[in-house]
Design a protein around this ligand. Structure first.
Ligand code: 2M8
Length: 442
């Protein structure tokens, strides 16, 4: 627990406790009643500031859903109702690679898990005693599982000559309806499929905050395409309409594989650590190679159309997550803090918007098309500090904490008005508040 238990820390802890279902935390109380992959990683970081054993349980529960391939699925389902699409739409059960005692979706999300293990490990080390012991035992037990996750990404999703990790669904990016995917989504040809009813729009005040129905048609159609090949990796690469090299995902894989390598060395797993460092280096080089010659910002690559995807989004700053040459890193940091991004005069809070306010695709209140997401802000502050830019990290972290002072722990915030949007009491938003409080101590 942070030494200075501020009202914000108390309130954030209460959110996690209310969303706690024993060994897993719902991503949000009504909108997302299951365990999401990258949410669980951030949530575990938040729990780590409250209880290291509880943080480790969160990650262990997520790993119950890991496929035999090594993939960590986007959702580990619970029996709670109210979310669509559920297991009956994903139809993963009974497949040879899928665990038979847990229901999961059939895609993945950004690989921030080993980063979470690292952050929790640092907390455990600071706490010492039983927490340090529990962490060491956890790492020895689960190292192989995290290794297999990165190895699967590198192998099944990293074979394109660009070296970028490919995704087969916008949901795999975690930034579902980001303008990053507009051009690639426009190429998805929706075919015949069973009708469906959305649940998400029943849980938000205004449907304009969520993806459009046309987006959902594509999302569901891509699921059909994956079902048609039994989620087999090589076949999926052939049939899927949406096949994109995701630069932000690639950056999270690079960062996580690098910190997992360091933990592997400590465990004496030197050969695996070397392999992980190789993966991290390849992924980092792939991110660097995407830099737009004009702006220096990272780009995604459409592997179907074989063309770069240009969109002025937070994805452009992917290299800040995985690291880059010092001059490149410094230039990107200054851009992020400058008048086109955090310092843009239209913004209510000087924080990274998910899309540039100057982009024609910017919508200040629509999901990943403009709003600020506290958990993404936290990730950037952690990475900036990790890569030696503590001052920039502190500047953004201070603004990030101010944004959370409204106490709603919202999923995202209107970039222009500052209004809270999406779900209230979103677990990973509470986790970001807790992580910031502890970052200041470390
Ligand atoms: C959002 O995505 C889910 C699908 O995965 C949805 O809209 O139903 C995204 O913000 C994603 O990044 C996040 O992990 C998930 C749960 O918070 O919600």
């Amino acid at each position: 627990m942070p030494d200075v238990a501020t009202p914000l820390v108390h309130a954030a802890t209460d959110v996690l406790r209310a969303n706690d279902r024993g060994e897993r935390t719902v991503a949000a109380p009504r909108l997302y009643p299951h365990q999401w992959s990258w949410d669980a990683a951030f949530v575990a970081i938040g729990w780590g500031t409250v209880s290291v054993p509880r943080a480790l349980d969160e990650l262990r529960h997520l790993l119950r859903g890991q496929w035999a391939t090594g993939m960590i699925p986007q959702i580990v389902f619970s029996a709670e109702p109210g979310y669509f699409p559920g297991p009956d739409r994903w139809r993963t059960q009974g497949l040879p690679t899928v665990p038979n005692d847990v229901q999961t979706s059939g895609i993945c999300q950004p690989a921030v898990h080993s980063l979470a293990v690292w952050v929790i490990g640092e907390q455990a080390r600071r706490n010492g005693g039983a927490d340090a012991e529990a962490f060491d035992a956890f790492l020895a037990d689960t190292f192989e599982a995290w290794f297999r996750w990165h190895a699967w990404l590198d192998d099944a999703r990293g074979s394109h000559p660009s070296g970028l990790i490919e995704i087969h669904h916008p949901w795999e990016s975690g930034m579902d309806n980001s303008p990053r995917w507009d051009a690639a989504c426009a190429r998805v040809r929706v075919g015949q499929m069973a009708p469906y009813v959305r649940e998400d729009t029943k849980h938000v005040a205004d449907v304009e905050q969520r993806p459009a129905d046309a987006d959902y048609d594509r999302y569901l159609w891509l699921v059909e395409q994956l079902v048609s090949v039994g989620y087999e990796d090589a076949a999926a690469r052939e049939v899927i309409d949406f096949r994109v090299g995701d630069v932000f995902f690639t950056a999270t894989h690079a960062l996580s594989a690098a910190v997992l390598a360091t933990m592997g060395d400590r465990l004496g797993r030197t050969a695996q650590a070397r392999t992980l460092r190789g993966m991290a280096a390849r992924a980092r080089a792939a991110v660097a190679a995407t830099a737009d010659p004009e702006t220096g910002h990272a780009r995604d690559f459409d592997m179907r159309a074989e063309e770069w995807l240009r969109a002025d989004t937070i994805g452009g700053f992917a290299a800040l997550i995985c690291g880059a040459e010092p001059d490149v890193y410094a230039a990107l940091t200054s851009d992020l803090l400058g008048p086109d991004w955090c310092g843009h005069p239209r913004l209510a809070n000087p924080l990274p918007p998910t899309t540039s306010p100057d982009s024609p695709a910017f919508v200040s209140r629509n999901y990943w098309r403009g709003p600020q997401w506290p958990v993404i802000t936290w990730l950037f502050t952690w990475a900036l500090r990790h890569h030696g830019h503590a001052e920039a990290a502190q500047t953004i972290a201070t603004a990030g904490r101010n944004q959370l002072a409204d106490g709603t722990f919202s999923e995202y915030y209107d970039a222009v008005t500052g209004a809270p949007l999406g779900s209230r009491n979103q677990s990973w938003t509470a986790a970001a508040a807790l992580a910031w409080a502890t970052d200041e101590e470390s």
